[in-house]
Write a protein that binds this ligand. Structure first.
Ligand SMILES: *Cc1c(COP(=O)(O)O)cnc(C)c1O
Length: 373
């Protein structure tokens, strides 16, 4: 069998190669290496795509989270609620501010933040809640906004959900969201990149200032800031890929539907739990995450067999935040977030990208059927 990668970045590049080269030539001729017209154009185009008023390009998704947290007023010692089942950067951004990550469990079906669990952790020190739109579908932000006290901000981690919507609303609309353009994301740059999107002009301006040494006018520094800017070369790549993102997301949906069909037998036999889409969601399938009925050792064995056979399966993520060495200091133990823990033990991600073929998917399913024994 030919190798089937988890994500096929070569196939993605082939579609935009000519545009990217032409754009790189423009940048080299004009030397707008940091910021500049390509970045401004991308920000406008991404804001339009995301249905928000403002997009501020930054250096990566983790910075986007941190800057957005700062823009909503999170500071040292504040509590920030986030799901135990997420990529570690959600917690890392909170920790870098000197704020305290407070974890909440996920829902057992979608594996997205359980809004009630999140609300239950709110204290007078809570400053923000960060739902994560994991795997490509939106967590239930409406349930949070309806019940959170006004002093608690909502920041959406939309790193895995570019183009996804829930009840017709995309991340950041009416609020603020952070996203990542890491190469493997649905909209991926050729290096690190990220953005903050919001309808709030003041927050957008604050993020822009924080990301640019505390000001937007050269040598005028209004706040103590950082350096987290988007560069022109990445903007060229992102602009070219953005024109194909909706189509790519649709292709991911079609591929996910095909996996659903091909895996229906294993699911009916209780061998596999298939991903669940929450009502009202337009899912963009950043990852197709299935769960086996077994232990983490059995899951690791299945992933090992798939990888040995040329199928690029992965695990997103093998440890919930509280069971990582980095966040052991939070004092949470196994048993505190049972849904996230069980999911981490049982889940694996199958190859999924816009260019995956039906034949490749059949090969993946044949290999998985074999590996499950
Ligand atoms: C990728 C990702 C991030 C961080 O983005 P980087 O660009 O790698 O810093 C944050 N949260 C989630 C859920 C992610 O998937």
């Amino acid at each position: 069998m030919n190798h089937i990668p988890l994500v096929d970045l070569k196939a993605a590049h082939a579609e935009v190669a000519d545009e990217v080269r032409a754009g790189f030539d423009r940048i080299l001729a004009g030397t707008a290496f940091v910021g500049g017209e390509e970045v401004a154009a991308f920000e406008r185009e991404y804001a339009a795509f995301a249905g928000v008023d403002h997009c501020v390009g930054v250096a990566n998704g983790t910075d986007a989270l941190e800057l957005a947290l700062r823009a909503v007023g999170v500071g040292i010692g504040d509590e920030v609620v986030l799901p135990a089942n997420t990529f570690i950067a959600t917690a890392g951004a909170v920790a870098r501010i000197g704020a305290v990550p407070v974890l909440a469990d996920c829902l057992p079906d979608t594996l997205l933040l359980d809004p009630q669990a999140a609300l239950d952790t709110v204290t007078p020190r809570t400053r923000a809640v960060v739902p994560v739109h994991l795997y490509g579908q939106c967590a239930d932000t409406a349930a949070l906004t309806a019940q959170l006290p006004d002093r608690v901000a909502l920041l959406e981690d939309a790193a895995q959900s570019q183009g996804a919507s829930r009840d017709g609303r995309q991340a950041g609309r009416g609020g603020i969201a952070a996203t990542s353009f890491y190469p493997g994301k649905n909209l991926g740059a050729y290096g690190d990149a990220g953005a903050v999107v919001t309808d709030d002009p003041e927050r957008a301006a604050l993020v822009r200032a924080l990301a640019n040494h505390g000001g937007t006018v050269k040598y005028r520094h209004d706040v103590a800031g950082f350096n987290s800017r988007l560069d022109g070369l990445q903007a060229v790549v992102l602009r070219a890929k953005l024109t194909r993102l909706a189509e790519g997301n649709a292709a991911r949906r079609a591929a996910a539907a095909r996996y659903h069909d091909l895996l229906a037998g294993l699911a009916a036999a209780g061998r596999l739990v298939l991903p669940v889409t929450a009502e009202g969601n337009v899912h963009v399938w950043h990852l197709y995450v299935v769960r086996i009925d077994g232990t983490s050792a059995q899951r690791d064995a299945v992933v090992g067999k798939l990888n040995a056979g040329g199928v690029g399966a992965g695990v997103h993520y093998p440890a919930p935040v509280h069971l990582t060495e980095a966040f052991a200091g939070l004092g949470k133990v196994r048993g505190d977030f049972p849904h996230a823990e069980q999911a981490a033990d049982r889940m694996l991600s199958l190859p999924l990208y816009p260019q995956i073929t039906a034949d490749q998917q059949q090969q993946v399913v044949a290999a998985l059927t074999d590996a499950l024994g």
